[in-house]
Design a protein around this ligand. Sequence first.
Ligand code: ARG
Length: 460
Amino acid sequence: MKKNPSRNIHLKKNPSKLLEKINNSIDTDHRLYKEDIEGSIAHAKMLGKQKIIFKKEELKIVNGLKSILKSITSGKITFKKELEDIHMNVESLLFKKIGKTAGKLHTARSRNDQVVTDFKLWIRNNSVSLDKQLQILQKNLIKVANKNTNTIMPGYTHLQVAQPISLAHHCLAYVEMLGRDRSRLLDCMKRLNENPLGSGALAGTSFPIDRNFTTKLLNFSRPTANALDSVSDRDFAVEFLFVLSLISTHLSRMAEEIILWSNQQFNFIILPDELATGSSIMPQKKNPDGAELVRGKASSVISNLNALLIILKGLPLAYSKDLQDDKKIVFSTFDDVYLTLGVMSEMWSKISFNNNIMAEAVNNSNATATDFANWLVQNLQLSFREAYHLTGKIVAYADENNKKLHQLKLTELQKFNKKINKEAKKTFSIEESIKNKKSFGGTSPQSVKQTIKNAIKKYL
Ligand code: ARG
């Protein structure tokens, strides 16, 4: 007795235990149940409208599927491994519910167009919650930015103090990154949004189906143009994984900064207790595990993009069973990215900053040397390169005398150029330095407030 309806009579023996084990995908693709039923309902309605099945049969199938959806959602169903995947499980539930009319549902359809339709619908649905998560993180960053337009911190290049910036300016850099992630996601959804249902196994079908009708019911923008391509295409999943990889890369960079800032030598932040752990041996430790795990997860996320590309690169057209692994890859990547976005949102809503220490780090580092050089250009008619070299000499002099630039006396500065005056000394002020960066996108409180305004309008 063969239990799996997709196992045809010409196969005289049951599948071996090992084939069953390697072939079953229900442990993973049960997550497609909603989309599978939604796709099947659209297909049944189309079959009815086109008179491929009787209206009575259409209604019976649609109602049966709806009540199966309810039973699954309320946890009343245990899926059967021997039925291989979600598609065969739903079909078998339908047989149990409405009898042999269930056998008409698979008319003019193959599991190949069915699964790719389900998968596209799943990614599309879940991209909405992913976008929400990205937006929440942006919102939390903007909140911190709003409170810190005047909070000074070092801006780095090469992880060496470069120029003073505000904490708000730093937060807004991440808001932009995440904004690009969101637009990339949207863009990927536009290309994904073609309906593969009705492609059959690979060749299309001889039944008089209406693909525009299912396209409308399933909210796709148009039917896919080539049946052979439709059933073997997983480009949309690759693109989705790339979007996830880049989000994860951004989160990892953010996590890295949080780890650095919480280090005793930086001491810029106090990690929220809820997102830190202790050590089993060193009683004083407060470890940034939350951030470290976010950084670590980027590894499997990026690898999963590679994994799907490697599956695809050797596949002849059209469907091959290798493609079954696409869902495991996408689901686990999605879960990791969704979770890490949540962790980072919580981090930004609870983190606190040691403002004095951050300002002190700027104070100790000649971070306004460029501002001084700019003054020389604007007031002594030096070319920027001349001003740059002159300032370099002054920095070397300060280093030799164990002083910071702002500690040099005017007379000392005038040894390098007589025309340097009191006004020039003002450029060593950190507040002045930040205040003057008024260019669009710069770090001055004025520019940053404008960036916040624009970001709220654009993203929230
Ligand atoms: N479980 C399968 C998958 O995820 C469904 C498609 C099966 N198609 C087939 N020709 N055997 O890919």
